[in-house]
Design a protein around this ligand. Structure first.
Ligand SMILES: CC(C)(COP(=O)(O)OP(=O)(O)OC[C@H]1O[C@@H](n2cnc3c(N)ncnc32)[C@H](O)[C@@H]1OP(=O)(O)O)[C@@H](O)C(=O)NCCC(=O)NCCS
Length: 146
């Protein structure tokens, strides 16, 4: 499984994939904006000649924020997300801490992050608002890469 660096040209494929994983999808323009800034970096996995998984980071040295990760439903539970996180983190130097934020109800993501050593840092009560108006906590998790 090869993890490759993504660029602005991948923005439409990232938007397509993001819509498969999130209720409020980011547009191709959003991704193009991110990837023209040197503080953002994205990595992906291509299979069947199509982007099937990606991860997006913002670098604020010595911190790194994991902004988004998504795997197409067809290829979930095959280790793509785990590989993406491990291999992509190896690209960053001078990073002391990687942070991310996850909805308290997102069990798959929370178990993924915990399995990689991320620990709960703080909880933002009622941070997310669902389309039905209900609130959910944001769990902030952190990892100190070796
Ligand atoms: C969360 C997500 C990225 C996981 O991707 P994935 O490629 O299926 O994850 P992996 O196969 O690498 O799983 C690694 C570990 O995470 C945990 N995990 C992943 N999905 C899980 C699930 N549905 N239920 C329970 N544990 C899960 C397991 O510990 C798994 O290890 P195992 O398969 O050996 O038991 C994927 O479900 C997704 O794209 N979800 C929608 C977008 C999203 O929620 N992103 C995260 C936002 S913070």
């Amino acid at each position: 499984m090869t993890v490759q660096r993504l660029s602005v040209e991948d923005a439409p494929a990232m938007a397509r994939l993001h819509a498969e994983g999130f209720d409020r999808p980011w547009s191709a323009d959003d991704f193009a904006d991110f990837l023209t800034k040197r503080t953002y970096a994205a990595f992906g996995i291509v299979r069947d000649e199509k982007l099937q998984a990606f991860i997006l980071y913002q670098q604020i040295p010595p911190e790194l924020e994991l902004c988004a990760i998504v795997v197409t439903p067809k290829f979930r539970r095959e280790g793509l997300a785990r590989t993406l996180i491990i291999d992509s983190l190896a690209n960053f130097e001078d990073i002391s801490t990687c942070y991310l934020e996850v909805n308290e109800h997102n069990t798959a993501a929370r178990l993924l992050y915990a399995s990689l050593g991320f620990e709960v840092s703080t909880v933002r009560n009622g941070y997310y608002r669902s389309q039905d108006g209900s609130a959910a906590d944001a769990i902030v998790m952190m990892l100190q890469p070796q």
